[in-house]
Design a protein around this ligand. Structure first.
Ligand code: ASC
Length: 151
């Protein structure tokens, strides 16, 4: 194997085996990453919310497209909660995330599970089903925000 290729492969292997923190150049990048992930996820969840609340007409295909995006996006933010990056300002990540990590991870999983149900509900072509599932996802979001976001 030629040297540059070997060097590149060695670097790539190291990158994948390093802890999550090392995937960000600096702590602020991890914060930006998770906040960006949450922001984009909330936008697509909000598009379903607009239908649920009757602010835009119900369209099952659009609901499903957005629910599927939320399902994908729901997996993203958590890579950004690396050790040593709590915030202090209102709305930022609370230190409890790192002192009660198992609870935090369970909350993340609960949200992802409810989002999977939202995708299924969106495919029933029934607005009441969508409303019910949307409410459960909202509760899961709120549960973590109440416990793990600085108030
Ligand atoms: C949203 C959003 C959240 C959750 C939460 C539910 O649309 O951006 O953070 O729902 O407000 O209580």
């Amino acid at each position: 194997m030629n040297r540059p290729l070997l060097a590149a492969l060695t670097l790539a292997a190291a990158a994948f085996s390093l802890p999550a923190a090392a995937q960000f150049q600096k702590p602020e990048d991890a914060v930006k990453y998770r906040q960006s992930g949450m922001f984009v996820m909330a936008n697509h969840f909000g598009r379903i919310g607009a239908m649920v609340q009757g602010r835009v007409p119900y369209d099952a295909a659009i609901a499903t497209a957005n629910a599927e995006l939320v399902a994908t996006l729901s997996k993203l933010p958590f890579a950004g909660f690396v050790e040593g990056t709590p915030g202090t300002a209102k709305g930022t990540a609370a230190p409890a995330i790192w002192t009660k990590r198992a609870d935090f991870d369970a909350g993340a999983k609960k949200m992802q599970d409810e989002v999977a149900k939202l995708v299924a509900a969106s495919k029933t072509n029934n607005l009441d089903n969508l409303k019910a599932a949307f409410g459960e996802v909202g509760k899961a979001c709120k549960g973590c925000h109440d416990n793990f976001r600085n108030q």
